[in-house]
Design a protein around this ligand. Sequence first.
Ligand code: HEC
Length: 111
Amino acid sequence: MRKNIRKLSFLVVFASWGFQAPAGYASEDEWLGLPEGNGREEVFYSCQACHSLMTVTQQGLNRESWKETLVWMIEEQGMAEPDEEEWGPILDYLSTFYGRDRKAKNMAAGD
Ligand code: HEC
């Protein structure tokens, strides 16, 4: 009897693996389309507090302009200032994927 139960639970675990959505799919949704990268978490959590992430992702700025935008966000819009060690990843992330060449958009469009 015990042995059967153990066998059964093994089967359940094994079967449920098969029904999971492909990893890539699930995580894209989870991050509302933000591409994977260092700094994604900070951007995701701090930038949606006041406006949609679309406000962020439709921009295409270089690192310096992103920095100015965030300073404006902090000084004029009341955004909480990121911790010192968060600035680097946030600016890297934004200028990499939402820089002048809009890498994230190109990735989504498939080229
Ligand atoms: C405390 C609130 C708040 C937070 C947090 C915040 N923003 Fe904003 N943001 C605003 C407001 C208010 C505006 C101007 C009105 C609007 O577009 O909704 C704005 C506008 C913007 C714009 C448009 C600027 C333009 O020139 O039109 C960008 C880009 C932007 N935010 C990026 C960010 C990013 C990136 C983050 C996260 C690091 C962030 N925001 C977090 C309040 C905030």
